[in-house]
Write a protein of this length. Structure first.
Length: 535
């Protein structure tokens, strides 16, 4: 028969502040849950998703309608406002009656099998309504401090700061155990299809305990900034077969004649190249907001050098952020760094999957002189605990870095990215040319379509030129841009050019939740405004 509603909520509550200890859902448990809107959101998300009842927001039963009454959207806004004010005031007695009324409906259905929840229209309406009000009551959670533009006052600031502090301490906005469910901020809502993600504009839930989600504030740009420039340095510019080096030994259970390990160790970073391109980019655009290196482009020592060169190049001005692929001892890391208060704040993220070089790739990249084509070569890195970082550089620009296979291997991170909807996904690659017909474009399309993130893939020039299928000529296409507004654009370097300067522009758009609410035009959509080739 499966679990009933009470058992579903019991499982959610294990090892949390809101643990259900009795044989039923006690009234005090419900009163504790509704004292914090993200906790109520976790409850409604759990019941709506496990029952599949969220779909009834767009396809109600015969003779029923959603929204359930006229003026529902305004009512949601009013109740959300009264809810957060009650919470900010310390949740004085009594609990708002409408919250208790919803609790009565849920508790009365406690013995109902969860999979039959959709058959109880009154219960579904109450859950959908609480879900929407909780979502609206948390608008702005997870975002950096900003001026009180809508006049909500000091209480709102204290309320939101409390939420952001909880998020920083526990990697969730909810008091439920993050190993059961995480409640996190979100930035985009899918505009096609129907899923639980379609029903919220400010909050998301994830239930992937194996992945740590780190939501970080790293304010660098004003919220009024509408465009920014990224300098892409596609090093190494030349890749040799000897840059792929076999590593002695294999795992005990692996056949050494069929499997092996390799490391990528290219030639040292050219300091003069970096200095000249930083200067050229600053002259061309009047400023640079971000500097990006591809996967495994830098050693740990070269990362320190790159930071120093960026500091020197922008002495006395705002130092751009740095996103670099860094190789270390059994490590492959996307290293996001921001210069704040005279020092670098670092946000490293390890690669989630090893690269496996097979015969076809070895022949295509022409590296058989270093790695025998009859052996399947695995990248010599440790697969550490999975972690995703979402870095906000202002209130509308959230960046999620990925490394090569992390874009292609959808498990276990793709559903989290789609739930949170970062403004920009940057995939650092060690791959061939970024042509629209190849695999990075296919996976970029998935994220551009749902949830609407813009995606940038970036590979070294040396790898792009090494990947030459039979009968083809080398391609100097080091990047691919994909967004929902303008589609895909290949980023190529002409002969004699050695870096790209991208200008990304923001356009505000209105997104709709599937329950009928609007985000009031607060969705940021990045598109590619200009591409300059630098030499």
């Amino acid at each position: 028969m499966g679990r009933n509603i009470e058992q579903t909520l019991f499982d959610l509550s294990i090892c949390s502040k809101h643990e259900i200890l009795g044989g039923t859902i006690p009234a005090r448990w419900w009163r504790a849950v509704v004292k914090w809107p993200p906790d109520a959101f976790a409850v409604t998300s759990t019941l709506l998703s496990e029952s599949g009842a969220y779909r009834l927001a767009v396809s109600p039963p015969a003779g029923k309608r959603w929204p359930p009454r006229a003026g529902w959207n305004d009512e949601v806004d009013a109740r959300a406002s009264s809810w957060w004010k009650w919470v900010a005031d310390g949740c004085p007695a009594p609990v708002p009656p409408w919250l208790l009324d919803i609790g009565h409906v849920v508790r009365a259905a406690a013995k109902m099998p969860t999979h039959m929840l959709a058959d109880n229209w009154n219960l579904v309406c109450n859950l959908l309504e609480l879900h929407a009000i909780a979502d609206e009551a948390c608008a702005g959670f997870g975002m950096p401090d900003e001026p009180d533009q809508d006049g909500r006052g000091k209480d709102w600031k204290v309320y939101r700061l409390g939420a952001n502090d909880l998020l920083a301490r526990s990697d969730s906005l909810s008091h439920f155990s993050k190993h059961s469910i995480r409640v996190l901020p979100k930035m985009r809502t899918p505009q096609a299809g129907i899923s639980l993600r379609s029903l919220s504009g400010h909050l998301a839930v994830t239930r992937f305990a194996e992945v740590d989600v780190k939501w970080a504030h790293a304010p660098q740009f004003s919220d009024t900034k509408s465009s920014f420039n990224l300098l892409l340095l596609p090093v190494p510019l030349v890749v040799r077969p000897a840059d792929f080096r076999p590593v002695p030994g294999t795992l005990d259970n692996m056949d050494s004649k069929r499997f092996g390990f390799f490391r990528f160790e290219p030639t040292a970073l050219d300091e003069t190249y970096v200095q000249r391109l930083l200067s050229s980019a600053a002259e061309c655009a009047g400023g640079v907001d971000g500097v990006i290196f591809p996967e495994s482009a830098l050693s740990e020592t070269e990362l320190s050098l790159a930071k120093s060169l960026v500091e020197q190049a922008f002495d006395g001005q705002r130092v751009p952020f740095l996103l670099a692929g860094v190789r270390g001892q059994r490590e492959n890391i996307a290293h996001f760094s921001i210069f704040v208060g005279g020092t670098w704040q670092d946000y490293p993220q390890s690669k989630h999957h090893r690269w496996a070089l097979d015969r076809a790739q070895i022949l295509n990249y022409k590296i058989g002189a270093a790695l025998h084509p009859s052996v399947r070569w695995w990248e010599d890195i440790d697969v550490r605990r999975r972690e995703l970082r979402f870095i906000l550089v202002n209130s509308w620009l959230g960046i999620c870095p990925l490394i090569c296979e992390d874009l292609a291997r959808q498990d276990p991170v793709a559903q989290i990215i789609r739930a949170l909807g970062p403004t920009l996904v940057i995939a650092l690659l060690l791959d061939g040319p970024q042509l629209n017909g190849r695999w990075p474009a296919r996976y970029a399309t998935v994220l551009a379509d749902d949830p609407g993130s813009s995606v940038l893939t970036f590979t070294p020039l040396g790898m792009s030129e090494r990947s030459v299928p039979p009968g083809a000529s080398p391609k100097r296409v080091v990047g691919l841009w994909k967004d929902a507004r303008t589609g895909a654009q290949e980023l190529r370097l002409d002969a004699g050019r050695s870096a790209l300067l991208l200008t990304l522009c923001n356009e505000w758009s209105q997104e709709w939740m599937a329950d009928g609410r609007s985000d009031k035009g607060s969705a940021a959509q990045l598109y590619l405004g200009n591409v300059e080739q630098l030499s």
